[in-house]
Design a binder for this molecule. Structure first.
Ligand code: GLA
Length: 413
């Protein structure tokens, strides 16, 4: 049944958007500080999407970054198996998400989506049963358009209720909803139609909005979905990864339990960056409270890839109950400090060196929101060591080129 609070929220949302003049693609201006100038104050958490999902950022795996359209049911099953055998599932990576290209180009004569016979011959329901039998969850993909982005299968525009029911009947747990091949109307019009359809479909489904940040979804996504992409597609390169972290950071104020900024899926393990760069990728996604959706071939993940993806201490920062996204608190040339509060008066800190030269980086208590007179205990999350020294006023570490260090600072006095 549709939730009355939600039905009330839709007209309010649209009124809010009209009042703040958010329209067109990439038109809302950014102020000098990098924040959208027409941004209303962050909205109360009470307005979050009423499916009570996503109280911490979602974790899982998705087929797109590694397999693109070369995906089939064997790969999905093997990915589920690998999440279990590597221990990733136990750490929280529970969603197994099929991206684009899973359906036939034509619906059946009743208008239903049809799994592609050549690649998903057993159907999606059987796949969901398999994935559920491993204590995992199955995600699927569609677009708020007539075709998905690959143009190889139909989108859900005009079929929202029917498709949401199909997904619910199949046992789907997560929907990534893209923005390709539509009728020219705004995402703020098309995406809430699927929200309503999901609410009526009779199964709780995590709703991941993928409109690429076009209309600043951080400003309106909280009543429409559980996460919203803030960027165009990530590629497996340093420039692509770091620029997505930057773009996503602008919206830090808008992330909260139930609704997360999504700078796109992880490329860790796909081979286009150094291990140090992948450590930066994972650290920044974790501290930014981004969805941790693995994008490599988990069946063949190397030891080093698993060392990164299974770092419990970094995952715990991402999943912290406070749900506050970190911000850049100091930038000097290639040197940056990212910091965000955690539960228990602790602070997560990333010291980031984006440049070509090894450099000492100093975090001042003032910068990271810790009372000036505090003495801190420092835990290094990549070395898995608590430093012997206690620190007063500031903390300095040497950081290699294109590398980072990640810590939890905890006041003891
Ligand atoms: C868009 C999305 C990607 C992926 C592809 C699939 O580009 O942003 O994440 O889902 O479509 O075609």
């Amino acid at each position: 049944m549709a939730n009355p609070r939600f039905i009330f929220a839709i007209p309010c949302l649209l009124a809010l958007l009209i009042c703040h003049g958010v329209s067109g693609r990439r038109t809302a201006p950014l102020s000098e500080s990098g924040s959208p100038s027409s941004v209303p104050a962050p909205i109360s958490r009470r307005n979050m999407l009423a499916n009570s999902f996503g109280l911490t950022p979602p974790m899982g795996w998705n087929s797109w970054n590694h397999f693109a359209c070369d995906v089939d049911e064997k790969i999905i099953k093997a990915a589920a198996d690998a999440l279990v055998s590597t221990g990733l599932a136990k750490l929280g990576y529970r969603y197994v998400n099929i991206d684009d290209c899973w359906a036939e180009i034509n619906r059946d004569d009743k208008g239903n989506l049809v799994p592609k016979n050549s690649t998903f011959p057993s159907g999606i329901k059987a796949l969901a049963e398999y994935v559920h039998s491993k204590n995992l969850k199955l995600g699927i993909y569609s677009s708020a358009g007539y075709l998905t982005c690959s143009k190889t299968m139909p989108g859900s525009l005009g079929y929202e209720e029917q498709d949401a029911k199909t997904f619910a009947n199949w046992g789907i747990d997560y929907l990534k909803y893209d923005n390709c091949n539509h009728d020219g109307s705004k995402p703020t019009v098309r995406f809430p139609v699927m929200t309503r359809a999901l609410m009526k479909a009779g199964r709780r489904i995590f709703y991941s909005l993928c409109e690429w940040g076009d209309m600043h979804p951080a400003l309106w996504g909280y009543t429409v979905g559980n996460s919203w992409r803030t960027t165009n597609d990530i590629a497996d390169t340093w420039d692509s990864m770091i620029s997505r972290a930057d773009q996503n950071e602008v919206y830090a104020e808008y992330a909260r339990p139930g609704g997360w900024n999504d700078p796109d899926m992880l490329e860790v393990g796909n081979g286009g960056m150094t291990n140090d760069e992948y450590v930066i990728h994972f650290s920044l996604w974790a501290i930014s409270k981004a969805p941790l959706i693995i994008g490599c071939d988990v069946r063949n993940a190397t030891k080093e890839t698993l060392r990164i993806l299974t770092n419990r201490e970094v995952i715990a920062v991402n999943q912290d109950s406070h749900g506050v996204q970190a911000k850049k608190v100091r930038m000097e040339g290639d040197i940056e400090i990212w910091a965000g509060p955690l539960s228990g008066y602790r602070v997560a800190v990333v010291l980031l060196n984006r440049g070509p030269i090894r450099y000492p980086i100093t975090a001042e208590w003032d910068d990271i929101g810790i009372p000036l007179k505090s003495t801190l205990v420092v835990r290094d999350l990549w070395e898995h060591k608590t430093l012997r020294t206690r620190f007063d006023g500031n903390f300095t570490a040497m950081v290699n080129p294109h590398a980072c260090k990640m810590y939890i600072f905890k006041p003891v006095g």
